[in-house]
Design a protein around this ligand. Structure first.
Ligand code: URA
Length: 471
């Protein structure tokens, strides 16, 4: 199939698939049955077979149940880098693909976690260091929070802007943060909805194609990937996270992107705040030079990587130094303030946190014992936040931006009996729910023991790979 087009819409996802049926390769006698059987038997699919199959989903040659069968075969037998790239390519060009001028266009993607709010810190820092940041993010998925939901905690902040406006803001001001639209990689939306109901989400090639088709569409030539591991992450086991990091890197390089991939801890929540408004406050505090050290250090590391990949620092370390300077000088906070204002939000939230939607009640959870914190279950805390209304159980749920938690203690900290472990931010009608929540937190989710624990590093490893091709 020829790829002399770069901008396609959802309608052309269908047209394109029909076109693909008329090209020389695709007039071959492919059958959905034969392709499914080939993957079921552990064989490698050609790019034409992948294109024909995914295109067939749009033009009616492939049914949802055949796609589901292929997804399960991929889940069980995997795909190599070439097959994953073919899948990514088709999903990428099923929608709109943006292109920016210059080599300093860099974005970050995180595989998701609890309290993971680094986008609001690193994007303004990178933009303050002359990096263009075209950031298109998603909403919360399961127990993990989403950048779009957090942005919408800021009164008036618009996350759905036309692409022309998005491009103008990135080109003229170096930063814009919007939400996913149906125009970006529509094939992913369709395939993800099938994965979601067929137990095929946790597949490295499928996750790679899903993430990369959306990230490549943004038009950045450098990508910083924060791949999380631990109980609150998609990839709980470190060896799986390493495989995902490698797959994302190899796919990015094939598409001509410079890649930095960091493997980072998500066994406990990142930072102290969990919940949309509370997380925005923590980001502003970090941009003011305060805030918890884990979230600040990770944000500076990832921002440093963006500055390095974008050619504005010779090394990652120099990038991190530039990132720190952007915070201490106040330039990054100014970029964030201006970004909020340009996208329709009230920038005064940076000075007055009461302008954010906040929960009316605060209940402290106190320790009943002395010792050291051995664990704070990130997955459980994420699910508790969803239960309070801070996330969605089904796509149509309305999110309450005010609820959540602020942790006073993190893993490795000492604690005295009667000391506050965390504060629950909730609504008046949730008092009964909060009583049960406190029991769960004290009995199951926060582990306290007498001895001082060994604390895992926040960043396990970082790899930087430069593409041989230019985008
Ligand atoms: N995030 C995505 O966008 N897709 C996946 O498949 C998993 C996480």
């Amino acid at each position: 199939m020829t790829r002399d087009f770069h901008i396609l819409t959802l309608a052309s996802f269908i047209t394109m698939s029909q076109e693909s049926m008329n090209t020389d390769e695709s007039t071959q006698d492919y059958s959905a049955y034969a392709i499914i059987a080939k993957k079921r038997d552990g064989q490698k699919l050609t790019s034409d077979e992948v294109n024909w199959f995914i295109g067939g989903l749009a033009n009616g040659n492939v049914t949802d149940y055949q796609m589901s069968a292929l997804l399960m075969a991929i889940y069980l037998n995997g795909m190599d880098t070439e097959e994953t790239a073919a899948l990514t390519d088709f999903m990428l060009y099923s929608g709109k693909v943006l292109k920016f001028d210059g080599q300093n266009v860099v974005d970050k993607h995180s595989t998701g976690g609890v309290g993971d709010k680094t986008s609001f810190i690193l994007a303004p820092i990178a933009a303050a260091c002359d990096i263009k940041v075209p950031m298109i993010s998603g909403r919360g998925l399961g127990h993990t929070g989403g950048t779009v939901d957090k942005s919408e905690a800021i009164p008036g902040f618009k996350t759905s802007l036309d692409f022309e406006v998005f491009e103008k803001f990135v080109n003229e001001h170096g930063i814009c943060m919007i939400g996913q639209t149906g125009e970006i990689a529509p094939a992913d939306k369709k395939i993800y909805s099938l994965r979601d109901v067929t137990a095929t989400v946790e597949s490295i090639p499928l996750i790679t194609a899903s993430i990369m088709s959306k990230k490549l569409a943004e038009g950045a030539n450098g990508l910083v990937m924060d791949v999380k591991t631990g109980h609150g992450a998609f990839m709980e086991k470190k060896e799986d996270a390493i495989k995902l990091a490698d797959s994302l890197t190899q796919t990015g390089l094939r598409f001509g992107r410079n890649m930095m991939t960091s493997l980072t801890d998500m066994s406990q929540p990142l930072g102290n705040a969990i919940g949309n408004s509370l997380e925005i406050i923590e980001c502003i505090e970090i941009l003011k030079g305060n805030g918890p050290s884990d979230c600040r250090d990770l944000s500076l590391h990832l921002a440093g990587g963006m500055i390095h990949l974008g050619g504005k620092a010779a090394t990652l370390e120099e990038g991190i130094e530039k990132a720190k300077e952007a915070v201490t000088s106040g330039r990054a906070l100014k970029v964030f303030r201006d970004l909020i204002e340009r996208q329709g939000g009230n920038p005064e939230v940076c000075e007055n946190y009461d302008l954010l939607p906040l929960a009316k009640c605060q209940t402290e959870v106190k320790s009943s014992t002395d010792g050291f914190i051995h664990g704070i279950d990130a997955l459980a805390m994420g699910l508790h936040c969803v239960d309070l209304g801070g996330g969605r159980k089904v796509a149509s749920d309305k999110v309450d931006p005010g609820v959540g938690f602020v942790l006073n203690k993190k893993v490795g900290d000492s604690v005295d009996s009667g000391e506050t472990l965390l504060t629950i931010h909730h609504n008046e009608n949730q008092k009964e729910h909060v009583k049960k929540l406190i029991e769960d937190i004290l009995n199951k989710d926060i582990k306290i023991q007498k001895d001082k624990p060994q604390v895992d590093p926040l960043i396990f490893e970082t790899k930087i790979n430069w593409s041989q091709k230019n985008v």
